[in-house]
Design a binder for this molecule. Structure first.
Ligand SMILES: NC(=O)c1ccc[n+]([C@@H]2O[C@H](COP(=O)([O-])OP(=O)(O)OC[C@H]3O[C@@H](n4cnc5c(N)ncnc54)[C@H](O)[C@@H]3O)[C@@H](O)[C@H]2O)c1
Length: 426
């Protein structure tokens, strides 16, 4: 009997683990497609382009069927789309990539096909943007001939506890019958995962945006508290830690030198823009974005104030920026606030050294000790384990006098006593 053919389109942090999970089930004929031929060659050579332990391990022992040639997608029964959904420089949503993926897939649809979007989008995207493209490009009708589903991915790269195999999912489709069919497929390869069938595409789309804006708003609250508590001289980290021993009704979020990544720093704009089209102004979300976007500048201001305490100007002073990626222990730099910090430090005339062990292309040193050599100030922008573990030792006998811990991750009791240490909100 012919195996059902599944194709995964876009092989990044979401698509590649998905491709591995479906392939591993051995139930389907599975192929992966990406427009980036370098990435495809890496995968063919069993090198993972993403830091995902499961993908790395799987690729070491198994080959995946991948190509940058669109013909690999022919005769697929289920198309799973995991392409990026970024924003333009003016923060308006950039739908161009999901539109081009939909245009690519439309002529390949057949009766009984499922088009599943896993990328994060605002409510309304599947019905308002994707459906007309798929229907006109296939001469088929969604709901009657083929299905459109949205199953937002919740993967958290670098997380050692939560992964594609144990994070519950929501799924919505053009109708209940189709939704049940596609939910059945997801259950077939994600055995431990609860696949919750929601009543519409819009609900499925909205869940993911709600999850990510929740984080943005709560981080903004923590960041605002950090500024207020800095002014009052109260340690906000100890405060939030103590507040979070309440067993209900409180969930800690932490301040820092800015929010990055393609999700939390991006998704609120999708909701803000779509709600505005319906006549609603998301004041709260806009304010949260504004607060979070102010944090790189705030971290640099704290550095300037600390340097003032030792009668130093930032101009002409040797400063080391530690970390460029937006997330600890990953090399992902999308929307990373560290770049704004870097640009500000350059603008203010610092003699700048940049070091991120996971982003060597953007670093101008290749070790922590060489990065802090002769530096007088450090601004830590990413909580990489290497910095937490090794910085206290490297600082012994160093010229560093001031540290701004933009992630509140260092144990300041381990630092040499003469160093002026300051975090965000402490
Ligand atoms: N990374 C995460 O943690 C995460 C978690 C949940 C949801 N998401 C969402 O999932 C989506 C994908 O994110 P990601 O992190 O996997 O992105 P990514 O940049 O890691 O991967 C996207 C891949 O799509 C490819 N691509 C771009 N245009 C294409 C096209 N037209 N056809 C085929 N391939 C194309 C790129 O070459 C890239 O390999 C986004 O909407 C994101 O917001 C990401």
């Amino acid at each position: 009997m012919k195996k059902t053919k599944i194709s995964v389109i876009g092989l990044g942090y979401v698509g590649l683990p998905t491709l591995v999970a479906i392939t591993r089930s051995q139930k389907y004929n599975v192929v992966g497609f990406d427009i980036n031929s370098t990435r495809i060659n890496q995968i063919k050579n069993q090198v993972s382009p993403i830091e995902d332990t499961d993908v790395v391990t799987y690729l070491n022992s198994n080959k995946l069927f991948v190509s940058s040639n669109v013909s690999i997608l022919k005769n697929s029964d289920i198309f799973i789309v995991c392409v990026p959904t970024p924003v333009y420089p003016d923060f308006t949503p950039d739908y161009s990539i999901i539109i081009s993926a939909a245009k690519l897939i439309a002529p390949l649809l057949d009766r009984g096909s499922h088009f599943v979007l896993e990328s994060t989008v605002n409510p309304g995207t599947c019905n308002e943007i994707i459906k007309p493209i798929l229907e006109s490009g296939s001469n088929l009708k969604a709901g009657r001939d083929f299905n459109i589903a949205h199953c937002p991915e919740r993967i958290n790269p670098g997380d050692t506890k939560w992964n594609i195999y144990n994070i519950n999912r929501n799924i919505g489709s053009v109708n209940k019958k189709n939704n049940h069919e596609i939910a059945f497929f997801y259950r077939s390869f994600l055995k431990e995962v609860k696949i919750n069938e929601v009543s519409s595409l819009e609900i499925a789309e909205a869940t993911k945006i709600v999850e990510n804006t929740f984080r943005d708003i709560n981080i903004a609250y923590a960041n605002e508290l950090a500024k207020s508590f800095d002014a009052m001289g109260i340690d906000v980290i100890e405060t939030i830690g103590a507040a979070s021993n309440k067993p209900f009704g409180f969930m800690p979020h932490w301040p820092g030198a800015g929010v990055g990544g393609h999700c939390i720093a991006v998704d609120p704009y999708y909701l803000i823009q779509r709600a505005a089209l319906s006549g609603f102004d998301h004041k709260f979300l806009k304010l949260a974005r504004e607060i979070n976007k102010s944090m790189p500048e705030y971290a640099v201001e704290k550095l300037i104030l600390s340097l003032n305490k030792i009668s130093k100007s930032i101009k002409g002073t040797k400063i080391t920026l530690l970390g460029l990626s937006y997330k600890p222990n990953l090399g992902d730099t999308r929307e990373s606030p560290a770049f704004e910090i870097r640009d500000l430090l350059i603008e203010f005339g610092a003699e700048l050294v940049v070091y991120d062990p996971l982003v060597p292309k953007e670093s101008n040193r290749n070790s922590l000790s060489s990065a802090i050599k002769n530096a007088e100030g450090i601004l830590l922008a990413t909580a990489h384990q290497e910095f937490i573990d090794n910085l206290p030792n490297c600082l012994k006998n160093s010229s560093v006098k001031v540290i701004i811990d933009g992630r509140n991750c260092l144990n300041n009791t381990l630092l040499p006593k003469h160093i002026i240490y300051s975090g965000i909100g402490r």
